[in-house]
Design a protein around this ligand. Structure first.
Ligand SMILES: Nc1ncnc2c1ncn2[C@@H]1O[C@H](COP(=O)(O)OP(=O)(O)OC[C@H]2O[C@@H]([n+]3cccc(C(=O)O)c3)[C@H](O)[C@@H]2O)[C@@H](O)[C@H]1O
Ligand SMILES: Nc1ncnc2c1ncn2[C@@H]1O[C@H](COP(=O)(O)OP(=O)(O)OP(=O)(O)O)[C@@H](O)[C@H]1O
Ligand SMILES: [Mg+2]
Length: 264
């Protein structure tokens, strides 16, 4: 294991850097603030806290978007975050929308992944409905760990205007959350996409965030070879190669869609 934790000084610098980034993005776009989806999870909770610090509560709009597979605990935590932050928010049930979509293409019914991703994309439609109507930017909540292995829905939760915490590994997200005052019950929560019942990030990815963050920092974002990473972290080659595979296969999600080069 390596120590990716920030010092207190670094935590304050990250906080200033990210809040300045949010302000700059909103100002540069001439927008009237931000909208973000609140899931009760740590990524959106931290991003909400930082957006309020950056823009003021009156300039942040939260959307709590329960599906039938959402846990009541997470949805009530999401509302509590909005209330604690004193931001305006709406609660919109998305399952009727998902049902209409499936009624037009019943072949996909029961396809857990396709329906789960459709839930994430319905949320994106609602985020942009509010962003268009209120001249806001959609603030993303993705972190570096998820982005690096493609653990997000393309044009779903990945459909955003900026990624304020996009350079932080998951462990660092938890650390910064505690630093800015997110309650411990939220900072310590198990990460879940809640696209289907009983889903957890670590269960689906087949690796703990602790190990994933270490491999990303050392090998994918860092300079060490597979062999050196295995020696340093005391993990097996198969695990490092698996992370490398997820990183390579998800490259298309991190880039703009390609077009053929222009003919000469
Ligand atoms: N090489 C390639 N070049 C260009 N495009 C490529 C491609 N390979 C697939 N594609 C396209 O990408 C699609 C697959 O990508 P996508 O639709 O995203 O689907 P996919 O990556 O299969 O699934 C999304 C994953 O992210 C997880 N997730 C989603 C949302 C939130 C969270 C969370 O942590 O909260 C996690 C979810 O549990 C699942 O494991 C394909 O159907 C195809 O259209
Ligand atoms: N029920 C929901 N209502 C509103 N937004 C949601 C909902 N579920 C997911 N989202 C949006 O999708 C994002 C991606 O989900 P993800 O699970 O990666 O983050 P999180 O829930 O904030 O944190 P964690 O990964 O620790 O669960 C959320 O941060 C949030 O913006
Ligand atoms: Mg979540």
């Amino acid at each position: 294991m390596i120590d990716l934790r920030f010092s207190d000084g670094e935590l304050e610098r990250q906080r200033d850097h990210i809040t300045a980034f949010i302000r700059e993005r909103v100002d540069a776009a001439g927008a009237d603030g931000a909208v973000l989806g609140l899931s009760g999870g740590i990524d959106s909770t931290l991003t909400g806290y930082l957006a309020v610090e950056a823009l003021g509560a009156e300039n942040v709009h939260g959307l709590v978007l329960p599906a039938t597979v959402s846990s009541e605990g997470n949805m009530s935590d999401a509302e509590l975050v909005a209330q604690d932050l004193e931001i305006s928010y709406d609660v919109i049930e998305i399952e009727p929308i998902v049902d209409v979509i499936l009624s037009t293409y019943p072949e996909a019914e029961g396809d857990r992944e396709a329906v789960g991703n459709a839930r994430a994309r319905v949320r994106a439609v609602l985020n942009y409905l509010v962003a268009n109507h209120e001249s806001r930017l959609v603030v993303g909540t993705g972190n570096r760990s998820e982005a690096a292995v493609g653990y997000f829905t393309k044009y779903g939760d990945g459909a955003v205007d900026c990624h304020p915490i996009g350079n932080l590994y998951k462990g660092q997200v938890r650390q910064l959350a505690r630093h800015v005052g997110v309650p411990e019950e939220l900072a310590a929560k198990t990460a879940t996409a809640e696209l289907w019942a009983d889903q957890t990030d670590e269960g689906e990815l087949g690796i703990s965030y602790e190990t994933l963050d270490d491999i990303l920092a050392t090998h994918i974002d860092g300079p060490l070879s597979v062999a050196a990473t295995c020696r340093l972290l005391e993990v097996d080659e198969e695990t490092v190669e698996r992370v490398r595979g997820m990183y390579e296969r998800s490259e298309h999600k991190r880039n703009a869609p390609p077009a053929p080069v222009p003919l000469e």
